[in-house]
Each structure stands twice: as structure tokens, then as C-alpha cells.
Design a protein around this ligand. Sequence first.
Ligand code: AKG
Ligand code: FE2
Length: 222
Amino acid sequence: MTEELFPAEPREVAPGAVHLPGRLGREEQRELLAACRRWALPPAGLRTVTMPRGGRMSVRQVCLGRHWYPYGYARTVVDGDGAPVKEFPAWLGEWARGAVAAAYDAHPLPGGQPERLAYDIALVNFYDDRARMGMHRDSDEQSSAPVVSFSLGDTCVFRFGDAEDRGSPYADTELAGGDAFVFGGPARLAYHGVPRTRPGTAPAWLGLRGRLSVTVRQFEPS
Ligand SMILES: O=C(O)CCC(=O)C(=O)O
Ligand SMILES: [Fe+2]
């Protein structure tokens, strides 16, 4: 599942936050990219998100399962073309559950492996060379299930703090294409963001210019 001769081991960035380098192999990365390209098409396709005070997010986004807008979830693209949100595919939930199991086998949570994970939503973010994402918490879900992100294309700097406040100490991790990152348990509501990507670092064989992230979440408690 990796480009390297010796795959890097899962690494705990903070309690409950685990980086899984090389989680997706080439075929899975190609498959996920092809799916992102289908999801990006209208209706309910890739859009620019406008924040309540009028600022625009520099990433472009498409949602699956439920539509995220600042700050809530809806069944339709309430701040866009109004179309019903695209379906969340079962296989993506399987991928997310697999990443959670791998992360917490390597770095157990105090309460053990999370049970009855029923992933049902995903946010796909497209980063061009200048896009970034400010520090924020993923707090619009009612479930405390771990969030799982999958990265494709350019490497990025992923900044991970704590749940206390936006300005707390943080750790920077380089997330490369094919990596996964799981944050649950004590890290579920930690502040995180993407201060920059590293343009031109996507592997040539993938055929993507820029970076995609697919963050998988569970909306309601199961
Ligand atoms: O692009 C990433 O890796 C992070 C995305 C993120 O934090 C989010 O979608 O809430
Ligand atoms: Fe987030």
C-alpha cells in the first residue's frame, strides 16, 4: 500500500490523532480521484464557499451525504444550486473504518477501538496552488465518531492543535498523496488547518494538479 520499500508506521501526532502514511496504494488513489471528478460535476458539484461575513474560502468544495455550509448540514445545496446532495458511497465508509482500525491498533485510544461507526458524510476539498484552510474545528456533526481524511496529489502542511483554542501550540505534519489522518477521542474537536500546500509535488502518474482531501465523518450518533 505504499510507494516506499519500507512503509512508514502510523504516527501519533496528539492523543487520538494518528497519521497513516501511504494508506492508499496507487490503484486506490486513482479510484478516489476518478470518484472526486464525478462528484465535482454539477448538479451539487464543486463550489466556492462564502462565509457569513462575506469572505470566500480558497478551497473549492463538494459534499456527499449531507451538504455542509457555514455552519450546519442540509440535504440540498442551500448556498448553491439548490440540488440534492450526492450520495455517500458505502465503500468510502469502509475505507474510513479501515483507517480508524489501523490508527488505533497502533496507538490505542483509552476507551479501545470505537464501535458501530456508521460513516455517512464526506467533504471533498480541492486546493489549487494558493489555497489554504484556516484553523477550525469540525464541530457541526452530532456524532463523536473519529474524522478520517484521505489526501491526494500535492503534499500539504497539516497543522494540528488542541481542542482548547485556536492559538494553542500545534504540530505540523506533512500529508502526502495517499496518506490518511484520523482524529477521534480526545482529538475529535481539536483545531486544525492547512497553512499551505507544496505545489508540484503530486506524483506524475496520478494526473492531478493540486491537492484533494476527502474528509469522512458521521453525522448522527449510531
Ligand atoms: O484538507 C484537509 O486535509 C483538511 C480539511 C478539513 O479540515 C475539513 O474539511 O474540515
Ligand atoms: Fe476540518
